[in-house]
Ligand binder design. Structure first.
Ligand SMILES: Cc1cc2nc3c(=O)[nH]c(=O)nc-3n(C[C@H](O)[C@H](O)[C@H](O)COP(=O)(O)OP(=O)(O)OC[C@H]3O[C@@H](n4cnc5c(N)ncnc54)[C@H](O)[C@@H]3O)c2cc1C
Length: 385
């Protein structure tokens, strides 16, 4: 296990890289809803996005705690890792469930950054959180599968070469269990664009490069099926703990950024002849946000340590994501309040980070679904849906 002090050099290196991408960089992109190509290229070149790929496939083979430190530091430095966080963990499904050939073919190229695997096609417009009810189908035809259907909120699809896609291969009523009959495919979007694959960007309240994706008789070679046909839901679930822990880490980084900004401003801003931070009405919300962030941070660390020890961490990953998303949102709201009118000015970056961090109580899993998971799987309460 890595000691926390060993993570300091990683955080310092990430911090130094992020210093080249100040608020003006993000503000300009935000205005145009443009992708942070230079930032992603710099992170890739430095090897940070290959942190979780084992060394035998050309990655850095770091632990989840190290990956957490990277994502947290990106956000705490005022940058936005959402542009590329999925490049770090989406490959986990290939690593854990892919064939020897698939791993050899894709992982080294992903580690080098030559291939981007950062699009994850699960959510659909009609089924939403009810993933098992998804309607996109994959029908075997000779040596390929023919895909029809639609995904929504497929983030970064325009900036990814590959997409991890979940589709139904056996009709629900014929599947051997409630969770069977779904399969995972690695779709080469470079080959499929214009041949049954259409990507349409969705403009959102923040700069997130998310899209809706349409499949019309799109062919995927059968060799791009990951693992066994019909077992895809299980494979996707196995990757979700990593996603939740890393996104929780981003939320902790966001919360730290908001708290630092607010404390600095409260120390300096003079109103009624004294710093506003001298008023308990101003300092208590900052202290409360700090306490909430620190408590969430402990759960993120616990989840990461369980994960890297190869132990079950579903409850901890979900609780970490929940606590961290709540902590970052509370800190964001507090930061705006502390800044008064200036909290709304673009040049302070607070309103941008406020919009960005709002996402995480909804995606990649919404608060209610986490509460349902804990109620059912930890507390033994009846399943509610
Ligand atoms: C910017 C953005 C990026 C995203 N990126 C991706 C991506 O890359 N890939 C991907 O596959 N998906 C992605 N998503 C989708 C995201 O995971 C979903 O939006 C999220 O899981 C919620 O699903 P939904 O939007 O369909 O809401 P719904 O499932 O329609 O739920 C709406 C509300 O009802 C609540 N609700 C629903 N059912 C219940 C219940 N039984 N009990 C209590 N409450 C309930 C939910 O908690 C939620 O608050 C993204 C979403 C956004 C907004």
């Amino acid at each position: 296990m890595i000691e926390r002090s060993d993570l300091a050099p990683i955080q310092e290196a990430v911090h130094a890289l992020c210093a080249d991408f100040p608020g003006e960089y993000w503000r300009a992109l935000d205005r145009d809803r443009a992708y942070p190509e230079k930032f992603v290229a710099a992170l890739t070149k430095a090897g940070f996005l290959a942190a979780l790929i084992p060394e035998q496939y050309g990655g850095s083979g770091l632990t989840m705690s190290a990956a957490v430190a990277i994502m947290e530091e990106i956000q705490a430095s005022g940058c936005n890792g959402a542009a590329c966080h999925a490049q770090m963990y989406t490959m986990g499904t290939v690593l854990r469930h892919g064939s020897t050939e698939q791993k050899a073919r894709y992982l080294p190229a992903i580690a080098r950054g030559e291939l981007r695997l950062q699009a994850f096609g699960v959510t659909e417009p009609t089924s939403g959180s009810d993933t098992l009810n998804l309607r996109t189908t994959a029908m075997r035809d000779g040596d390929s599968y023919v895909i029809n259907g639609q995904k929504i909120w497929t983030s970064r699809a325009e900036h990814s070469d590959l997409m991890l896609l979940l589709a139904r291969t056996t009709p629900r009523e014929q599947a051997k269990s409630r969770t069977a009959g779904l399969s995972v495919f690695l779709v080469d979007m470079r080959a499929a664009k214009g041949k049954g694959l259409t990507i349409r960007p969705i403009r959102t309240m923040m700069n997130h490069a998310t899209t809706e994706v349409f499949f019309e008789n799109m062919r995927v070679p059968a060799q791009n099926l990951i693992g066994q046909e019909g077992e895809g839901f299980r494979y996707i679930l196995s990757g979700m703990n990593a996603e939740r822990i890393l996104i929780a880490a981003e939320c902790i980084g966001d919360a730290k950024w908001f708290i630092d900004k607010a404390a600095a401003y409260a120390r300096e801003r003079i109103v009624f002849g004294r710093p506003i931070g001298q008023n308990q009405g101003v300092q208590f919300p900052i202290a409360r946000a700090y306490i909430g962030m620190r408590a969430a941070e402990l759960m993120v660390r616990e989840a990461a340590e369980l994960y890297e020890a190869g132990r079950e961490c579903g409850a901890e990953a979900n609780m970490a994501k929940h606590l961290a998303a709540e902590a970052s949102w509370a800190a964001a709201d507090m930061c705006v309040q502390t800044h008064g009118g200036f909290g709304f000015a673009e040049e302070f970056d607070i309103e941008r980070k406020f919009r960005e961090t709002r996402l995480y109580t909804v995606a990649p899993i919404s608060t209610n679904l986490i509460l349902s998971y804990i109620a059912e799987h930890v507390l033994g309460l009846p399943r509610s849906y």
